[in-house]
Design a protein around this ligand. Structure first.
Ligand code: KIV
Length: 272
């Protein structure tokens, strides 16, 4: 379907719901620093996620669990300085919202106040309903996240596709409805069967953004390091690589190394 695209000067949570109602797909990518955020924003991506995947791709941890609230605020405030148009969503990190709604609200307020971000994302459904409601009540927009929720990796035991079985799929559908009902502005569905993701997207008026959730949802999100090909060893089926930065960067860095060692760099024009 070809759709006349409305030009948005700034993406807001309202624009996203509008985009869904017009049938315009929503683009979302992660970014964790000023330079990358500036490129992503200028390339026209609608939503920038300051994901807790920073724990993996920036800090080199095996899971997203170690990243702290202070570190997320540092990444988010760097991203905010690089953007003009994109909506910025920041992950509440593991341990900053699970214990009770008051703690969740305190963490969300710190992110909004100290980074200047526009919204927060929390992983989970009915278990964290009261925390989400408390954050929403304070006027902070919330994006939900269901399916594979990496902060629960030690409960799942594996990063494989979620909700393949009836019982888990039913719970996911109920949680998605609940998140819309209490006021979340959008929802990420990670690594669930495409048929289920499409059904959920069609049953909601808020946008559903997929990662490994097929093409029947309202938008797509990828981790920027993955889609730019920074790591040759990460090859999940859902990932499309749009560049091979690992090869490009390695070759440029090797060339620089050779040029320094051979005294080719700097030449007469490259000095004062
Ligand atoms: O942290 C992250 O990058 C995410 C995406 C995978 C959705 O939550």
């Amino acid at each position: 379907m070809s759709v006349a695209k409305k030009q948005y000067k700034r993406i807001t949570v309202k624009s996203l719901v509008e985009m869904k109602s017009h049938g315009e797909k929503i683009s979302m990518l992660t970014a964790y620093d000023f330079s990358m955020a500036r490129i992503v924003d200028q390339a026209g991506i609608d939503v920038i996620l300051v994901g807790d995947s920073a724990s993996n791709v920036i800090a080199g941890h095996e899971t997203t669990l170690p990243i702290t609230l202070d570190q997320m605020i540092y990444h988010a405030s760097s991203v905010i300085r690089g953007i003009h148009r994109s909506l910025v969503v920041v992950d509440l990190p593991f341990g900053s919202y699970q214990s009770d709604p008051k703690e969740a609200l305190r963490s969300a307020i710190r992110i909004m106040k100290e980074s200047g971000a526009h919204s927060v994302k929390l992983e989970g459904g009915s278990e964290i309903k009261e925390s989400i409601k408390r954050i929403l009540k304070a006027g902070i927009p919330v994006m939900g996240h269901l399916g594979l929720t990496p902060q629960s990796i030690y409960k799942f035991g594996t990063y494989t596709v979620r909700a393949k079985e009836e019982e888990e799929a039913e719970k996911l559908k109920e949680d998605a409805k609940m998140l819309e009902r209490i006021g979340c502005f959008a929802l990420v569905l990670e690594k669930v069967p495409a048929k289920l993701a499409k059904e959920v997207a069609e049953s909601l008026t808020i946008p559903v953004i997929g990662i490994g959730a097929g093409n029947g949802v309202d938008g797509q999100v990828l981790v920027i390091h993955d889609m730019l090909g920074m790591d040759h060893e990460f090859n999940p089926r859902f990932l499309r690589r749009y560049a091979d930065l690992n090869t490009i960067m390695t070759s440029a860095i090797k060339q620089y190394n050779d040029d320094v060692k051979s005294r080719d760099f700097p030449n007469d024009e490259e000095q004062y």
